[in-house]
Design a protein around this ligand. Structure first.
Ligand SMILES: Cc1cc2nc3c(=O)[nH]c(=O)nc-3n(C[C@H](O)[C@H](O)[C@H](O)COP(=O)(O)OP(=O)(O)OC[C@H]3O[C@@H](n4cnc5c(N)ncnc54)[C@H](O)[C@@H]3O)c2cc1C
Length: 303
């Protein structure tokens, strides 16, 4: 029996773990990936809005978080596959068959990229579907399509245009939702074409991606455009499927919490983006982790 189980080792989970250590709580952190850091690993632009420091990209900030937790006394289990969670009993069962119990659980599972759900999207994973523009050198010299109209889509289009002869940005809306700094660069970059009010219906190919089928507003019928790479950036959804039947959530699957970060179940807390549909940031994730750890510590003191 442990004091705290933390699920997820992004900024929220790492902050909670750091605070649990400081408060003397016996803590285990479960992370499904090989590396900790969550979304920070896909931030390729400088981070200047996390107060107190500048990082050239998310990985640098992640490294600083890791350095600051290096000597902490919590157990970190990476590449863990959770088979089931009984939140009432505060019990986590791993795919390996191992069962771990605690007095409190902190859910810090963050967000995942939303998928389009169109033919070809899953089939061409690793065969032309671009996971991250961090891998853009693999697409150097190729024509690519970026799907989405927000900051992430715009940023990826700009990064890909550094190595790709043509980048076509396809988005549903009339206007891009990306910040002005990005949209200005998009419109002046001669490699980038923007298709507003347009929808990609399927990704086509044999061994590799060869084309996308696009429908443009006002066009008589969809057309095929030859590309060798496609990246989808249409937003995020919470990693809360595991807990769906056990906790109160909003209609998009974000966990509902109190000002103490507590969910609808006693001693089950949710921190960071998984419980923050309005304004997810590194700062709020880190702050939520601290709050949950402090609330748990003060409750355990009173037991
Ligand atoms: C491109 C980009 C740029 C951004 N730029 C900024 C910025 O400039 N400033 C800013 O403040 N924010 C920025 N953000 C947002 C910021 O990264 C997030 O708000 C922050 O990472 C949220 O932290 P989190 O710990 O709640 O979730 P996440 O970072 O999503 O971490 C969740 C962790 O939980 C793990 N996990 C999920 N499910 C399970 C499971 N079942 N079992 C075990 N582990 C699990 C995941 O693998 C992941 O490691 C950006 C995000 C992106 C994608």
């Amino acid at each position: 029996m442990h004091d705290v189980l933390i699920i997820g080792a992004g900024p929220a989970g790492l902050s909670a773990a750091r605070w649990c250590d400081e408060l003397g709580l016996d803590t285990i952190v479960f992370e499904q990936s090989e590396e900790v850091g969550g979304q920070l690993l896909s931030v390729h632009n400088p981070i200047d809005n996390y107060l107190g420091l500048h990082a050239d990209d998310g990985r640098e900030l992640r490294d600083r978080f890791v350095a600051q937790t290096k000597d902490c006394d919590f157990d970190l289990w990476t590449q863990v596959e959770i088979a089931g969670v009984d939140l009432k009993a505060k019990r986590v069962v791993l795919r390996s068959g191992e069962e771990v119990k605690a007095i409190a659980v902190i859910i810090a599972t963050g967000l995942r990229r939303r998928k389009l759900g169109i033919p070809g999207e899953n089939e061409f994973a690793g065969r032309g579907m671009i996971e991250s523009s961090g891998d853009r050198q693999a697409f150097a010299g190729k024509d690519v399509c970026v799907i989405g109209g927000g900051d992430a889509a715009a940023e990826n289009a700009l990064l890909l245009a550094e190595v790709c002869p043509t980048v076509t940005l396809v988005h549903r809306g009339k206007k891009l939702r990306a910040r002005r700094e990005f949209t200005e660069q998009l419109h002046t970059n001669h490699c980038i074409t923007v298709f507003p009010e347009s929808v990609v219906h399927r990704i086509i190919g044999h061994e590799q991606v060869e084309a996308v089928e696009i429908e443009r507003a006002g066009a008589i019928k969809p057309f095929q455009m030859a590309v060798q790479g496609v990246i989808v950036r249409i937003g995020f959804e919470p990693n809360s499927d595991f807990f769906r039947e056990q906790l109160e959530m909003d209609d998009r699957g974000y966990v509902i919490i109190s000002s103490e970060q507590e969910t609808s179940l006693e001693n089950v807390f949710a921190v960071g983006d998984v419980a923050n549909p309005l304004a997810p940031t590194i700062s709020s994730a880190v702050g939520g982790g601290a709050t949950a750890a402090k609330v748990i510590a003060s409750r355990l003191q009173k037991r």
